[in-house]
Ligand binder design. Structure first.
Ligand code: APR
Length: 320
């Protein structure tokens, strides 16, 4: 059987990390694509030379030609610009929307059967625009945000409780912005609801609220520290988990920016919801019961996403 083909559109910090992880896991042959000339070829050469040391078999190539992503099984999109300190994800909208148009056309013309994972920010608007520009079915285009946001929430909780991160199952809904909704009622520590576990550990509600707030601003905290660019290790790791769920038909339930029509009172919007990922792409959106407060927080978050979609339509009339 031929190896799977993984195309990475954007070969910057996240793209390079994705290539390294995918190669180490022998997920398939990898094409690094970028508009910058030489850079994807250079990274591909460098990464290929990890092979003998790490002992992986994966052909890694760099390209500036969309023809080289032909027949890809999975496409992960990071093309665009990342945030600088002081910028919100939304500030990237104008530039990255144009990038999504070029990328969407490249995918449509070369690998229309691929499973496409978008990472470019502002995520919920960019994944929607990428789907529109590519014309692929909604179940084959998804955004990576919830796995990362949940991982951030789980990390902070594990630190606070001094327990293994493996035992924390954190739950985040909504858009990938400061209005995201970390849902404590569905967050558990080895099955124990987090609020009960906090009582056992003598952690008060105020501290949990601080952790929720830190999770919401988790990306910005890293942007501020790095000074130039945004997070890349955990975003890449999160997208790889989604790609593995698809390639392995794992039916994992992962929080993803999925197309939601009907559930959560939404009428055709990409937003973070628990999603079953298997060979059919995003196979099912799981709708959970929410408290009135959680519902109203989710509404604030989805309203913010809708505003961005309107802004996209204003910038590109083909989306209106
Ligand atoms: N087509 C292909 N690649 C492009 C295009 C384009 N039209 N425009 C820009 N790029 C490439 C850049 O040349 C760069 O190599 O996208 C790459 C982006 O890499 P980085 O600047 O290192 O950004 P990164 O940290 O990888 O983040 C990428 O993910 O998390 C989000 O907010 C982040 O939107 C940003 C994206």
């Amino acid at each position: 059987m031929a190896r799977k083909k993984i195309a990475l559109i954007g070969s910057g910090m996240i793209g390079g990390t994705l290539a390294h992880l995918a190669a180490k896991k022998e997920m398939g042959d990898i094409v690094l694509f970028d508009i910058a000339e030489g850079m994807p070829q250079g990274k591909a050469l460098d990464l290929s030379q990890c092979g003998p040391v790490e002992g992986f078999d994966a052909k890694i190539t760099g390209s500036n030609d969309y023809a080289d992503i032909a027949g890809a099984d999975v496409v992960i999109v990071t093309a665009g610009v990342p945030r600088k300190p002081g910028m919100s994800r939304d500030d990237l909208l104008g530039i990255n929307l144009k990038v999504m148009k070029a990328v969407g056309e490249g995918i449509k013309n070369n690998c229309p059967d691929a499973f496409v994972i978008c990472i470019t920010n502002p995520l919920d608007a960019m994944v929607w625009a990428l789907r529109e520009f590519s014309g692929l079915p909604h179940n084959k285009v998804v955004g990576m945000a919830g796995v990362l946001d949940s991982a951030r929430f789980a990390t902070f909780l594990a630190w606070e409780f001094d327990v293994s991160v493996k035992d924390v199952n954190a739950f985040v809904l909504g858009g990938h912005g400061d209005t995201m909704v970390p849902v404590t009622s569905y967050t558990t520590v080895n099955g124990i609801p987090v609020n009960d576990f906090a009582k056992i550990k003598g952690v008060d509600q105020g501290r949990i609220d601080e952790i929720v707030d830190r999770t919401r601003k988790g990306g910005g905290e890293i942007v501020g520290l790095l000074g130039n660019g945004s997070a890349y290790y955990a975003p890449a790791t999160s997208a790889i988990a989604m790609a593995e769920a698809y390639l392995g038909d794992q039916k994992r339930i992962l929080p993803c920016a999925s197309y939601v029509e009907g559930k959560y009172g939404l009428d055709g919007l990409y937003v973070g919801v628990p999603t079953v990922i298997g060979a059919g792409g995003t196979e099912e959106v799981i709708e959970i019961e929410l408290s009135d407060e959680e519902k109203s927080n989710l509404k604030v978050s989805t309203d913010a996403v809708e505003e961005l979609l309107e802004a996209c339509k204003g910038l590109d009339s083909s989306l209106a």
